[in-house]
Design a protein around this ligand. Structure first.
Ligand SMILES: NC(=O)C1=CN([C@@H]2O[C@H](COP(=O)(O)OP(=O)(O)OC[C@H]3O[C@@H](n4cnc5c(N)ncnc54)[C@H](OP(=O)(O)O)[C@@H]3O)[C@@H](O)[C@H]2O)C=CC1
Ligand SMILES: O=C1OC[C@@H](O)[C@H](O)[C@H]1O
Length: 384
């Protein structure tokens, strides 16, 4: 007889756009993605606005009627039925909200970008360690089977030595009309801007192949050269381009992000792949937005004089996503809790911190500093 799946009980902190998408994914039967070892229950949700908003959220997502609705985040983290909290507030609030959960003894999955700066991330990690709690930055893309497949392929040397990675995540927005000055995408009080919201995905594609796959002793933070253009109405970044050089290997990662032009302007991939992983034997191109890749193409290097040294043919592969795709990171959380792990191997604490440090450096080079309250490590702060 098959053994029962290991089930974890989720509390959802915040009721905005991504909280809804994530919660709906949690409710999808894991067997539809071939998982039988873990399962998820949504037992509570909280809104900082009102309990009725949390109640409506639970209804809209189709959660069981037994799930509790809280009108404050403090109420949620005091609920003894909650094992793990999904923090889905704007970047500005991650440090305060994730810390609230950890202080209350809850495991945490915290949306990207992990925090506003690396100093905050380090404190969360130390606290999780001290309290023996699981903590993970919700860079969901890393847990897609497609991303895992590509990491394994590169690890086994399929495309030779990887020398360079290009990654872009950019959208063609009418920034003034769509975001104005109050949207979380551009508001400084919410740590808005392209870098923390979208650029982190471009950076994560670079890191997966040029940092994560290195043996731990070779994982050294990259040097950074960057440029940024700010949105005049708020001062948040609307366009950021970064060249990272990884010192152990001399490899280059080029990560770009933009709120005004798109990686896929006609939504038909006519512009080519936004992600290119370039090795000495060929390259892998990844299609789909950088946060939700659907397809990859293997392209062997060949020339008339050198032939084709690679042992693979040109191939385009598409992988099904039976839902939005956020359940894969949720499954990872469940497996880590089951196995007593405090951090995920897919995105270890140390790597999240180095990525935050990289973004800190990009901001330093370009004079982008958020308001003091949200750069602060003081806890608790009024208003969160
Ligand atoms: N993984 C992914 O694919 C995605 C991740 N994200 C990440 O998720 C986070 C939230 O984004 P998203 O859901 O789009 O944002 P929304 O604006 O839709 O929702 C944010 C929620 O946070 C809560 N909140 C608490 N304080 C504030 C405040 N001062 N201002 C605004 N909201 C506040 C609110 O919930 P309440 O009133 O209930 O407390 C609000 O509904 C960000 O970190 C973002 O980067 C976003 C989109 C996609
Ligand atoms: O994580 C994200 O992915 C999708 C984007 O549209 C969104 O702004 C971002 O937060």
């Amino acid at each position: 007889m098959a053994s029962k799946p290991y089930t974890i009980r989720w509390g959802i902190l915040a009721t905005g756009g991504i909280a809804k998408t994530f919660t709906k994914d949690l409710l999808i039967d894991p067997s539809t993605r071939g998982a039988s070892d873990v399962a998820h229950e949504v037992v509570a949700a909280a809104s900082s606005t009102s309990a009725s908003r949390a109640e409506q959220f639970l209804k809209d997502c189709g959660c069981p009627s037994s799930a509790k609705a809280y009108g404050s985040y403090k109420g949620l983290v005091a609920d003894p039925n909650v094992d793990i909290v999904y923090v889905a507030t704007p970047h500005s609030h991650h440090y305060q909200n994730a810390r609230l959960c950890l202080e209350a003894g809850k495991h945490v999955l915290c949306e990207k970008a992990f925090t506003t700066n690396a100093a905050q991330a380090k404190i969360l990690v130390e606290l999780a360690k001290k309290k023996n709690l699981f903590l993970m930055e919700a860079v969901w893309t890393r847990y897609f089977p497609l991303a895992e497949e590509l990491r394994a392929m590169v690890q086994e040397g399929k495309i030779g030595e990887v020398k360079r990675v290009f990654a872009d995540l950019s959208f063609w927005n009418d920034v003034e009309k769509e975001f104005g000055t109050e949207s979380r995408m551009v508001k400084m009080d919410l740590a808005g801007g392209a870098l923390l919201d979208l650029g982190i995905y471009s950076i994560t594609w670079v890191f997966q192949f040029l940092y994560h796959l290195q043996p731990p002793s070779h994982r050294k933070p990259p040097t950074v050269a960057s440029s940024m253009t700010k949105y005049p109405q708020t001062g948040a970044d609307e366009m950021t381009s970064i060249i990272m050089t990884f010192p152990s290997t001399g490899t280059h990662g080029i990560a770009t992000t933009n709120l005004r032009v798109s990686h896929d302007p006609d939504s038909q991939a006519s512009a080519g792949a936004p992600i290119r992983i370039q090795g000495t034997l060929g390259e892998i191109q990844v299609q789909g937005p950088a946060y939700r890749p659907t397809t990859y193409t293997l392209i062997p290097a060949k020339s008339e004089s050198r032939g084709a040294p690679a042992d693979f043919e040109y191939q385009k592969v598409t992988r099904d996503i039976p839902g939005h795709g956020m359940f894969w990171e949720a499954d990872e959380c469940a497996r880590c809790l089951r196995d007593g792990k405090l951090q995920s191997e897919g995105l270890p604490w140390e790597e999240s911190i180095v990525i935050m440090e990289t973004m800190d450096e990009v901001r330093r080079q370009n004079g982008l500093r958020y308001p003091e309250a949200i750069e602060s490590t003081v806890f608790p702060l009024e208003g969160f």
